[in-house]
Design a binder for this molecule. Sequence first.
Ligand SMILES: [Zn+2]
Length: 141
Amino acid sequence: MADRIPVAAGLFAETKDGARLIGSRCASCGTPYFPRVDWCRHPECAESKIEEAGFGPSGTIWSCAIQDYPPPAPAKFDKPYRPYAMAVVDLDDGLRVLGQVKTDDIRSVKPDMKVTLVVDTLCHDDAGNEILTWKFEVDHA
Ligand SMILES: [Zn+2]
């Protein structure tokens, strides 16, 4: 029986209100972090007060590119390799984060597009398990 397995533990979650990245935010200066950190790295922060924080699901593409060739290890993908779009997304709650874009039309992905964080298949392992990661799905208004 195939399972759905996160690519790494503790990075994201699916809630009834959509997907969330699990990171940290400093309660003193407001700086968001992903993945989690133990202390605030903001050079002007007076007092590090790190709290767990969820980020997403709504955001806007800041920059994007096509991954035309297979990325080097430890990146994981199903073979044969299929190019995909990558985007740097500004989530509405302040985190800027990189992720794959979930679309069949990778050349249509452009800056300023509204996107939603989702949990989706990254690849499959040798046992046929589905390896999950976060991606961004373009909103169709
Ligand atoms: Zn801080």
